[in-house]
Design a protein around this ligand. Structure first.
Ligand code: G1P
Length: 248
């Protein structure tokens, strides 16, 4: 929403109904807060449901990220769209997504976000071979490989969970067979578009140097909670004071 997007589709799966409940109205709770005159909590409860239209589609089987994106085909139609992986947490104050939207509009291709990682970490990510473009703050992506070994990796640039994609990716995904791990990989479809020609071909990368947390990793999840909580106006200072005491 902060980046100017106004329509959200969540691709969910079984046991993920808490997501739908979180973004739904909570009439009983709202009414009792209203009766108590507790405006602060009422605003907090209504914030999530007031963000805008949110739609849901369930990915019936865990067939991979590429398959999850394909589940959005009918909803998205023939326009560029953003994909945000929920376990990659990036604070809304970062400009990454709006920069990527601008690069997509300028290039007409698809845009990925990249971070530099230690070589030993690259096998946990998609990895990009890139060429810099003179005078531009984005790069050309020549090829992509999903979760390569250190030896196979063409660089130390890892794909993170933000994409702004041309709708041509849907036709490519329909033709993309299972890849690494037996799953339909978005990285494989993007590799096809990187090598392709014509409408919607071409992959570009924005190198992100801000803060990003992989909440699929337990330590990184804890760091995210502590960092973001320590920046909250209502208890950040108290939390930091307590942490100093706690650490002695
Ligand atoms: C997915 C993508 C991978 C990317 C990663 C970012 O992998 O397939 O290319 O680097 O997200 O978080 P996953 O983490 O779902 O295994």
């Amino acid at each position: 929403m902060k980046a100017g997007l106004s329509d959200v589709l969540m691709i969910t799966g079984r046991n993920k109904r808490a997501l739908e409940d979180h973004f739904d109205r909570a009439p009983d709770l709202e009414r009792s807060l209203e009766l108590k005159g507790d405006e602060t909590r009422l605003d907090a409860v209504q914030h999530a449901s007031g963000l805008g239209p949110i739609h849901y589609v369930r990915q019936g089987a865990p067939k991979g990220l590429g398959h999850a994106v394909l589940c959005a085909k009918q909803h998205v139609g023939n326009e560029p769209f953003a994909v945000l992986l929920g376990d990659d947490l990036i604070d809304e104050s970062e400009e990454l997504l709006s920069t990527m939207i601008d690069v997509q509009a300028k290039t007409g291709g698809s845009v990925i976000a990249l971070i530099e990682v230690e070589p030993s970490q690259i096998s946990a990510y998609g990895c990009a071979d890139i060429t810099t473009i003179a005078g531009e703050d984005y790069v050309q992506v020549n090829s992509l490989v999903e979760k390569p070994s250190v030896e196979e990796a063409p660089s130390n640039l890892a794909v993170i969970g933000r994409y702004v994609l041309h709708p041509a990716v849907f036709d490519v995904l329909e033709e993309t067979g299972p890849g690494r791990g037996g799953e339909i990989q978005l990285t494989d479809a993007l590799q096809t578009l990187a090598k392709g020609e014509g409408d919607g071909a071409g992959i570009y990368g924005v190198i992100f140097r801000g803060r990003r947390y992989d909440t699929g990793d337990k330590l990184s999840y804890l760091k995210a909670v502590i960092t973001l909580a320590s920046e909250r106006a209502e208890f950040g200072e108290d939390l930091k004071t307590w942490m100093k005491e706690f650490l002695g």
